[in-house]
Design a protein around this ligand. Structure first.
Ligand code: MN
Ligand code: MN
Length: 459
C-alpha cells in the first residue's frame, strides 16, 4: 500500500474486498431470500414467515408479565402485522439491548371499503394506494390480490389470488398510444390519477340479471369461493400487489428483481442474523414493523408505545432500570436507500451515493431540505459501528439519498432515537425503489446480513 493509499478513502466492491468465497455465500443466501420475498408480499405474510423462522430456531411466544432468564428466546406477534424477536443475553440488562428495526409493509394498492362496481360491461374494484408510488408503473401488468376479510362474527378469511400459475390475475388498463395524443401533453401527475386505478375483475354477466349482471356474477363467485358478501368488504384488508415472482437479473445473476425489496431486503437479513448470531453477550432484539410507508403511525407502526412497553417488561423481568436500558441500547434502523442510477445521474451526488455492489449502506442522517426530520446519528455512534463492521470484515459504505434539495426520505430511525436509543440507518441500496419490481444486488444483501450479525455479536 502506498503512502497516498494509506491516507485516502476509496469505496471498493464486495467482489474486490471480500473475495470469491463471500460472493459464493452471498449467492447461496440470496436463494432463501427470494423464497421469503415470494412468500411474504404483505406485512401479515411477512409476520407469518417470521414466526416460522423464529419457532424453528426455538423462539417461544411472549406475553406481558412472563419471567425471563439468560438464554431465553421470545417472539411477540403484534396483531399479525408486526413482530418482535428478543433473546436474553449474559450481559447486565442495564448495559442495553442491541436492536435492529426493519419494516415489512411495502407500497401497493389497497382496496377501498366499498370497492365493487360495474361499468362498460366490466366489474371493477376501486383502490386507494398505500405509500409512495409512481402510478403509471402499476398499469397493464398482472396483479395479485392478498389479504383478509374479517366477517362480523370475527371469522378471518385469508385471500391470495394470482400467485399460482393456474390462478387468474387482476389488471388495470392503460390508454392505447393511438388515443394518447392528448394525455401525452399532460404532466405525469395530471395524466395518472388515483381514481383511475381501478382493478378489472370480471366481464361475464350472470344469467337472469338485468342490471349490474357482471357484478352479480363476481359477487356470486366470491360467495361460493369465500363465503363472503359485498358488506364483508367493509371489514376487510385487501391489497393489490404485483403477481410475478422474484427473479435473478443479469447474465451473471448478480442481482434480483422483485416486489417489496423495500424493506424485506433488510427485514430478512435482520431476522436471520438475529437467529444466527451465537457469540452475543448483550440482549438482542429484531423488530419487523408495519406502516413505515405511511408514516409509522398506529398500533403496528414504529411510533406505537409497544417498543417501550416491551423494553420496560424486559428491564423489569431482569431487575434492570428501563431508562438505563434505553439509554445504553443501540439500534440499527435497517431500511433501504437509493442506489446510484446512471440513467438518472442528475439527481444523485456520486461521491455520497450508495453504489451497487459496494456493500451495505449507512446513512448517518436522512431527511430533506436541510436534514429536515432526521435524528442524525452521532459521530460517536458512527465510529462504534465503523469499528464493529471493520473488525468483522464487512464491506460497507456511507450514503445520502440523492442530491441535497432534490428530495429525501425518512425511516423509523427517528422514532427509535426519540426514545433515547442511539440509532443509525444502515441497509441495502435499491434501484427503482417503490416500483412494482425493484432491483438489488445479492452481495449488498449479504453484507447487510453480515453487518447485522456482527452488530448482534459485537462487544
Ligand atoms: Mn423503506
Ligand atoms: Mn419505502
Amino acid at each position: 500500500m502506498s503512502e497516498k493509499q494509506k491516507l485516502t478513502y476509496e469505496k471498493k466492491t464486495v467482489y474486490e474486498k471480500a473475495g470469491a468465497e463471500v460472493v459464493a455465500k452471498a449467492y447461496e443466501y440470496a436463494k432463501d431470500y427470494v423464497k421469503f420475498l415470494d412468500a411474504a408480499k404483505t406485512e401479515r405474510e411477512a409476520v407469518t414467515e417470521g414466526v416460522k423462522l423464529a419457532e424453528a430456531a426455538g423462539y417461544r411466544p411472549y406475553s406481558f408479565g412472563m419471567s425471563m432468564e439468560v438464554g431465553d428466546k421470545f417472539y411477540f406477534n403484534n396483531r399479525g402485522k408486526n413482530i418482535y424477536l428478543f433473546r436474553i443475553g449474559t450481559e447486565d440488562i442495564n448495559n442495553g439491548i442491541r436492536i435492529t428495526a426493519a419494516h415489512i409493509d411495502s407500497p401497493r394498492l389497497d382496496l377501498k371499503q366499498v370497492p365493487i362496481y360495474e361499468d362498460g360491461g366490466m366489474c371493477y374494484l376501486k383502490t386507494h394506494y398505500y405509500g409512495g408510488i409512481r402510478k403509471y408503473q402499476w398499469l397493464a401488468m398482472p396483479l395479485a390480490l392478498h389479504g383478509v376479510v374479517v366477517k362480523q362474527s370475527g371469522e378471518v378469511v385469508n385471500v391470495v389470488i394470482g400467485e399460482n400459475e393456474t390462478d387468474p390475475v387482476m389488471y388495470i388498463t392503460d390508454l392505447l398510444p393511438h388515443l394518447a395524443a392528448g394525455e401525452n401533453e399532460k404532466t405525469i401527475s395530471k395524466a395518472f390519477q388515483a381514481e383511475k386505478m381501478n382493478i378489472v375483475v370480471g366481464s361475464q354477466p350472470r344469467d337472469g340479471e338485468e342490471k349490474d349482471a357482471v357484478k352479480a356474477g363476481v359477487l356470486q363467485y366470491l360467495n361460493e369461493t369465500y363465503g363472503i358478501t359485498e358488506e364483508d368488504f367493509l371489514s376487510a384488508e385487501l391489497s393489490i400487489v404485483p403477481a410475478a415472482k422474484a427473479r435473478d437479473v443479469g447474465f451473471d445473476r448478480s442481482m434480483i428483481c422483485g416486489y417489496g425489496h423495500d424493506d424485506r431486503v433488510c427485514a430478512y437479513p435482520s431476522i436471520t442474523a438475529m437467529i444466527d448470531a451465537d457469540e452475543q453477550t448483550h440482549t438482542t432484539m429484531c423488530i419487523l414493523v408495519d406502516k413505515e410507508e405511511t408514516g409509522s403511525d398506529g398500533v403496528t407502526g414504529m411510533q406505537s408505545s409497544l417498543i417501550t412497553d416491551i423494553i420496560t417488561e424486559i428491564a423489569k423481568a431482569l431487575g434492570g432500570n428501563e431508562a438505563a436500558v434505553r439509554a445504553n441500547s443501540k439500534c440499527l434502523s435497517s431500511d433501504v436507500t437509493a442506489t446510484y442510477d446512471p440513467n438518472f445521474s442528475d439527481v444523485y451526488e456520486y461521491r455520497n451515493s450508495s453504489l451497487i455492489g459496494c456493500g451495505v449502506s449507512m446513512c448517518k442522517f436522512t431527511g430533506s431540505r436541510g436534514k429536515g426530520g432526521t435524528s442524525d446519528a452521532s459521530a460517536e455512534l458512527v465510529a462504534w459501528v465503523r469499528r464493529c463492521l471493520n473488525e468483522a470484515g464487512v464491506v460497507w459504505q456511507t450514503c445520502e439519498l440523492g442530491k441535497v434539495d432534490v428530495g429525501g426520505g425518512g425511516t423509523v430511525a427517528k422514532y427509535m432515537a426519540n426514545h433515547n436509543i442511539d440509532t443509525i440507518d444502515i441497509g441495502v441500496g435499491v434501484l427503482s425503489m417503490h416500483a412494482p419490481y425493484e432491483l438489488i444486488s445479492k452481495v449488498d444483501l449479504y453484507e447487510a446480513y453480515r453487518a447485522f450479525k456482527a452488530f448482534y455479536n459485537f462487544e
